[in-house]
Ligand binder design. Structure first.
Ligand SMILES: O=C(CO)[C@@H](O)[C@H](O)[C@H](O)[C@H](O)COP(=O)(O)O
Length: 199
């Protein structure tokens, strides 16, 4: 089959189930993230390969902006600091690369989003365990559940495809939607905070 037809067919097949899952998870995550980031909390985010790029994309949308003007929000991708990534991998092994950064940057109540198509990358599973020990909430974006990462995290958006490219594409849709839901909830959070401070 032509790659174009084949690819779009795979994407199209996953969409109905993705829509149902995303509609129950992403508005809730967006609202919670708005409350956390809007009151000075921090998001950490990590992934490997294509998912590293998506992790950075998510952090950039939050620190910068998605569409409309708003306050900068604290989001740190654990992937782009080549000095930290190479030193930690060299000294402790690649499996520790995110876990150590979670221990360094994560504070109780923070959120860690881990992105993986397979849900089987050991460095992400270790990061989830480190987060739990630090009191950091863990949300995973993966392919189909169950998988080791979804089992190690508090909540998971398991995109319903066995094709890693399709899963990555659905993760990017999820990144944008999550930011849309954050932006939607943020004004209410900021109003409540200002009201409380004025009292
Ligand atoms: O982008 C691609 C393939 O689409 C690759 O770079 C892919 O991200 C890498 O193989 C990753 O190491 C896969 O990790 P994961 O998604 O299974 O956690």
């Amino acid at each position: 089959m032509d790659p174009l037809d084949n690819h779009l067919r795979g994407l199209q097949a996953a969409l109905p189930e993705f829509r149902a899952l995303a509609s129950t998870i992403l508005p809730r995550w967006g609202e919670r993230l708005a409350r956390h980031l809007g009151t000075g909390g921090r998001l950490l985010v990590a992934g490997n390969g294509g998912s590293a790029a998506e992790a950075q994309h998510l952090a950039a949308e939050l620190v910068g902006r998605l569409r409309d003007e708003r306050q900068p929000l604290s989001a740190i991708a654990l992937t782009p600091d080549s000095s930290a990534v190479t030193a930690i991998s060299n000294d402790y092994g690649y499996e520790e690369v995110f876990a150590r950064q979670v221990r360094a940057h994560g504070r109780p109540g923070d959120v860690l989003i881990l992105m993986s198509t397979s849900g089987r990358s050991p460095n992400l599973v270790k990061a989830a365990h480190a987060a739990r020990e630090a009191g950091v909430r863990t949300w995973a974006m993966t392919g189909r559940e169950p998988n080791p990462l979804s089992m190690a995290c508090d909540e998971t958006l398991g995109c319903p495809s066995g094709d890693s490219q399709v899963v990555q594409e659905l993760h990017l849709v999820s990144v944008h939607l999550l930011c849309e839901y954050v932006d939607l909830a943020l004004p209410t959070v900021v109003d409540a905070l200002e009201e409380a401070l004025a009292r």
